[in-house]
Design a protein. Structure first.
Length: 258
């Protein structure tokens, strides 16, 4: 066994980081903080170039961003839901997880939602008179940067939609996701454990699954450490990738006699 299998917490962290809500929250917080920090940073800047802003120009830009991003986000989410449904009916329900983890889609939706929140907070701050002259200039520059980011995300998202959710795209995603697992199984068919020729008796105590689902990961190194500490032998009954019903055995245990 090697230390490469002692990564249970890394595996759980990776699963969470691949979800859309993580990027949405990060971009949303960035947008809100950008709008909130402008009135605080503007007055303390040593030099801000004078920009002749027409009355209400920043407010108008922010209103355009707020209204357009709300519509674009709704449109993008409808496309995602349609692609998930198509993958479920035409391919396999497990393929929807691969579409949900698409980074381009996650980034686009996150930028749209973050820009929407940035514009809303900026509009509220302007209406409340929180921005001084320097802060308004800083907010104007931030708004221009946000528009450039939105334009980049839109172009990238529109180009990505040419293949997103199509059967060829789903097959390519499944192949890409399956290759590392297939190579790992080829090199480590027992995941570093020792294959046993003798099977533990049927009356040996077993650890049952408390819910149904697929086995995603087994920390062999930690399991071996616990077995040595408790002086037990452990037989793994379900390897990663196997579906387990509630009440089915996951492990079979036996006290070591020597």
């Amino acid at each position: 066994m090697t230390g490469r299998f002692n990564r249970g917490w890394v595996q759980r962290l990776r699963v969470q980081l691949r979800k859309m809500w993580v990027r949405v929250v990060l971009y949303s917080l960035a947008g809100v903080l950008l709008a909130l920090l402008a009135p605080l940073i503007g007055p303390i800047l040593p030099y801000v170039p004078k920009i002749d802003l027409a009355s209400g120009s920043v407010d108008a830009l922010l209103n355009i961003i707020a209204s357009s991003m709300l519509a674009v986000t709704t449109f993008s989410m409808s496309i995602l839901v349609g692609a998930y449904g198509s993958a479920t009916s035409n391919a396999t329900p497990r393929a929807t997880r691969l579409l949900e983890e698409d980074r381009t889609a996650q980034t686009a939706v996150s930028i749209f939602i973050g820009s929407f929140l940035f514009s809303i907070v900026g509009i509220i701050g302007l209406s409340a008179g929180l921005y001084s002259d320097n802060a308004r200039v800083l907010l104007f520059v931030a708004t221009l940067g946000d528009i450039a980011l939105i334009a980049w995300a839109l172009v990238r998202w529109v180009n990505h939609l040419n293949d997103f959710g199509r059967m060829s795209d789903i097959i390519a995603r499944i192949e890409t996701a399956a290759k590392p697992a297939a190579r790992l199984y080829r090199d480590y068919p027992a995941l570093g454990a020792v294959p046993r020729s003798d099977i533990l008796s049927e009356d040996a105590p077993m650890v049952m699954a408390d819910q149904s689902g697929y086995v995603q990961y087994i920390d062999i190194e930690k399991l071996q450490t616990l077995a040595d500490h408790l002086k037990m032998k452990v037989e793994i009954r379900r390897m990663p990738g196997k579906y387990v019903h509630r009440g089915e055995p996951l492990l079979r245990l036996r006290l070591q006699t020597h």
